[in-house]
Design a protein around this ligand. Structure first.
Ligand code: PLP
Length: 383
């Protein structure tokens, strides 16, 4: 499918998926040639690499020295559910959700753990009133709602002297947004997002208060082996120094080490944030210049700089879902933008990944094609 009025430039990389996300620029498989393949992850070579992944995470993200960082199974989902299953039930619980991933954690709390939790939700595009939250309860939330492009603006609303724990799913926020570590007791993410790593390994970051909870509380439900973080009432320290619960992929570990090296090469966390901000700003300029497209996020303060979600607002559009899918399909067919359709449970529209591994020049080159695809689809719809 080719538009008659084709823009001059094409993106060098059409990968704008929200996960797995684009690999770091200039990535090639030979960058992984030092992987400890065929070696035990418990041998010195394997353990050293796992430790480097943990300490590299601490260094790049600026995580305090007294926080524990573990590599755990099953990606972000594994890390977050492990925290819910091991820590919740000791105090009242508040669940906050404003898109599908947050809603998934609500399902876990209510239907699986059967907690008598207070649930507060907001529609796609909005965020819950964070000033109305009781932070003396354990509070579960997603920092950046990947499927709505709505994020927590900052951690100011979370009191330093809270009695509850904050459990933050930061999958699409880590490495692109400033995370206030003093306000976060449990933080989770997976490698496949902002740094363009591989999926299936989760990161679990615990404040001293989260460790205290683990060591003082035994949940009433059974815990599978891959969720167990304590033994005899003490934290299993090995998990937080590279002795993983079960076998990790040493190829994925090598890939993550490469991602961390690349992160350092662009200036570390501030460089990564600046890259995501520049990508999101390019889209904001485009939205401001076109009256047929808008952000799903209503309040600019909550607009994501990673999973940028857009909606079509032209009154000529008939069926919004069909229209948005057709635009995304044109861009995919032309090799301009892959995987930018809105998430299946989200309102119709587009979701363009703007995390650090995406080059602003590729966003800039893609946007005129989006305008052309929009025009072509309006014409096609009229015909
Ligand atoms: C906010 C959020 N939470 C959880 C997940 C699930 O991550 P994973 O598939 O790595 O477990 C995602 C993935 O997109 C996400 O964006």
């Amino acid at each position: 499918m080719t538009d008659t009025r084709q823009p001059a430039a094409r993106p060098a990389n059409p990968r704008f998926s929200s996960g797995p996300c684009a690999k770091p620029p200039a990535f090639t498989l030979d960058k992984l040639s030092d992987a400890a393949l065929g070696r035990s992850h418990r041998a010195a070579v394997g353990k050293d690499k796992l430790k480097a992944a943990i300490e590299g995470t601490r260094e790049v993200l600026g995580i305090p020295a007294d926080y524990k960082i573990g590599i755990v199974p099953a990606s972000d989902t594994g890390a977050y559910e492990m925290a819910m299953w091991t820590m919740l039930g000791a105090r009242p619980v508040e669940m906050l959700a404003w898109e599908s991933f947050g809603s998934g954690w609500v399902t876990d709390a209510i239907k699986q753990l059967k907690l008598d939790a207070k649930v507060t939700t907001a529609e796609y595009g909005q965020i819950v009133d964070l000033t109305a939250v009781d932070w003396d309860a354990d509070v579960c939330f997603t920092w950046n709602g990947t499927t709505s492009g709505v994020r927590v603006p900052n951690g100011d609303v979370i009191p330093a002297d809270r009695a509850g724990l904050t459990l933050c799913d930061a999958t699409s926020a880590a490495f692109a947004m400033d995370l206030p570590w003093d306000k976060l007791d449990v933080t989770t993410f997976s490698w496949q997002k902002v740094l363009g790593g591989e999926a299936a390994h989760g990161m679990l970051i615990l404040s001293p208060r989260a460790v205290e909870r683990l060591e003082s509380y035994t949940p009433p439900w059974p815990l599978p082996k891959i969720f167990r973080l304590t033994k005899g009432g003490k934290l299993i320290d090995g998990i937080f120094s590279g002795a993983t619960i079960n076998t990790p992929s040493m190829l994925c570990v090598e890939d993550y080490l490469h991602c961390l090296d690349w992160a350092r090469s662009v200036g570390g966390l501030s460089g990564l944030i600046a890259r995501a901000d520049a990508n999101a700003a390019a889209i904001a300029d485009f939205v401001a210049a076109h009256d047929w497209i808008d952000f799903l996020a209503e309040d600019p303060a909550t607009r994501s700089n990673t999973s940028v979600c857009l909606k079509f607002t032209d009154p000529r559009i008939g069926d919004g879902a069909t229209f948005a899918k057709a635009v995304a399909k044109r861009l995919e067919a032309d090799g301009i933008a892959y995987d930018i359709g809105a998430y299946r449970d989200a309102p119709p529209g587009l979701r363009i990944w703007c995390g650090a591994t995406v080059e602003t020049s590729d966003i800039d080159a893609m946007l005129p094609w989006l305008a052309a695809a929009f025009d072509a689809e309006i014409t096609a719809q009229a015909a």
